[in-house]
Design a protein around this ligand. Structure first.
Ligand SMILES: Cc1cc2nc3c(=O)[nH]c(=O)nc-3n(C[C@H](O)[C@H](O)[C@H](O)COP(=O)(O)OP(=O)(O)OC[C@H]3O[C@@H](n4cnc5c(N)ncnc54)[C@H](O)[C@@H]3O)c2cc1C
Length: 390
């Protein structure tokens, strides 16, 4: 097994005699080329660290994940998406070349202009095509600490309008630096009445929000509000992560809500890691996740079909509680080339991810098989691709 950073994740299932290769100590920034606007890094370098180093030269990485420990090699081996992907594509679109060690122990290099087939095979391969040891990445001119963004949010109470709106925004993002849509659908909430008198049904909460973040020049007052807001969200995240079990549920829900109701004005760097500040700590407990790249021509259909698949299973079997979705645009050279290689028109895509919270007793394997084959059928018939990082 290959690990980008920390040796092992909690709960990771290991083979009987595991051999784990960790790139934790191969974490150096090797070279920043200001003329070419590229950066050469070892594969275990954390993208948040690389981005900070570039910041000192007025440069930055166009696509970083929303949590600070993701490494360059780990992101390259899954593809790498972010709320800036409607503009900049996938992380792997930014890789100029890389060095790797293959399964026979041979060291090689490949890139956009040499050994391109090998390059294509290693990118997004999840470590199965060899271990990436170093990468050269494109950087862009940007000052992430002084680029201020204002959020324009549209809220929805019905799913169809949310999906239609998301499709329109992905197709025409205007000058949005970041964009993201989130949909939340709880199972009917029940609260216990005083002992012995049953439950009260509170009904289902279904709502969505589309957020587009545009460049702005903030006033002093707005900057101050951003300071207060970001401190509050950080504390909420910290409290949520220390509040396990049923009792901690309200705090974790509040932390998740903090992402939906993001501050009106924030810096690009804060906005990129907003989910890391508040949400990751709230995302505890078992969940089933899936991510799909849908071509824009079948985006709405894929979204409806995935939604119906999960909510149908919830209705029939009660296996899920909260079902939430996240979506944004992805304009990727890599995905266009993948489509072309399958004889399809080269289209832009939308990423659609679903996270379904499991009831503790939850998902028997035959039900899981049903769900997986349902997703595969949707992908096959709609020319969509699974995102394996999910
Ligand atoms: C909280 C959280 C937030 C996330 N946010 C995003 C996000 O915003 N966007 C997104 O696209 N993804 C996101 N992900 C998924 C993340 O991108 C992938 O899990 C990524 O692989 C993590 O990289 P890592 O450095 O932690 O790799 P690891 O978790 O150590 O490894 C993950 C995979 O990459 C392979 N791998 C690692 N290093 C190398 C290497 N040097 N060479 C070859 N293979 C290697 C491993 O074999 C394994 O299959 C998130 C994950 C978490 C837990």
């Amino acid at each position: 097994m290959v690990r980008g950073g920390e040796l092992l994740d909690e709960g990771l299932t290991l083979p009987a005699q595991p051999t784990v290769v960790s790139l934790r100590r191969m974490n150096q920034v090797l070279d920043i080329n200001l003329g070419r606007r590229t950066v050469r890094v070892q594969a275990g370098a954390k993208l948040s660290d690389v981005d900070r180093r570039l910041g000192a030269h007025g440069l930055g990485l166009p696509v970083v994940g929303d949590h600070r420990d993701i490494t360059a090699g780990g992101f390259a081996s899954v593809g790498g998406v972010s709320a800036a992907s409607h503009k900049h594509g996938l992380f792997i679109d930014q890789i100029v070349d890389l060095e790797y060690v293959d399964t026979d122990g041979r060291i090689g290099t490949c890139g956009r202009t040499h050994h391109t087939e090998r390059f294509q095979r290693i990118l997004g391969a999840g470590g199965r095509a060899g271990i990436i040891t170093a990468l050269t990445l494109d950087a862009i001119e940007v000052d992430k600490d002084h680029t201020w963004l204002t959020t324009h949010a549209d809220r929805f109470l019905d799913f169809d309008s949310f999906v239609e709106h998301a499709h329109a925004e992905i197709a025409r993002p205007g000058n949005a630096e970041l964009q993201v849509g989130r949909w939340v659908d709880t199972a009917p909430l029940k609260v216990a009445r005083p002992v012995g008198t049953g439950h009260v049904q509170l009904g289902t909460v279904r709502f969505g929000q589309w957020s587009s973040l545009y460049p702005t020049a903030p006033t002093r007052g707005l900057r101050a509000r951003r300071e207060v807001g970001s401190r509050a969200r950080k504390s909420l995240g910290a409290i949520a992560s220390a509040a396990p079990g049923k009792a901690g549920m309200p705090v974790r829900n509040a932390a998740a809500g903090a992402v939906l109701f993001a501050p009106k004005v924030q810096t690009l760097r804060d906005a990129e890691y907003l989910a890391d500040t508040a949400l990751s700590s709230s995302e505890r407990g078992p969940a089933y996740r899936v991510g799909v790249f849908a071509p824009l021509s079948s985006y709405t259909s894929v979204f409806y079909r995935l939604h119906d698949l999960f909510s149908g299973h919830r209705e029939r079997t009660g296996c899920f509680t909260v079902i939430s979705a996240m979506t944004y645009g992805v304009r990727s050279r890599y995905l266009r080339a993948e489509s072309a290689a399958r004889g399809l028109p080269p289209e832009d895509h939308g990423l659609i991810t679903f996270t379904c919270r499991l009831r503790p007793a939850a998902l028997p394997s035959e039900l899981l098989r049903d769900i997986v084959s349902g997703i595969e059928e949707i992908c096959r018939s709609e020319n969509a691709l699974r995102y394996e990082a999910e």
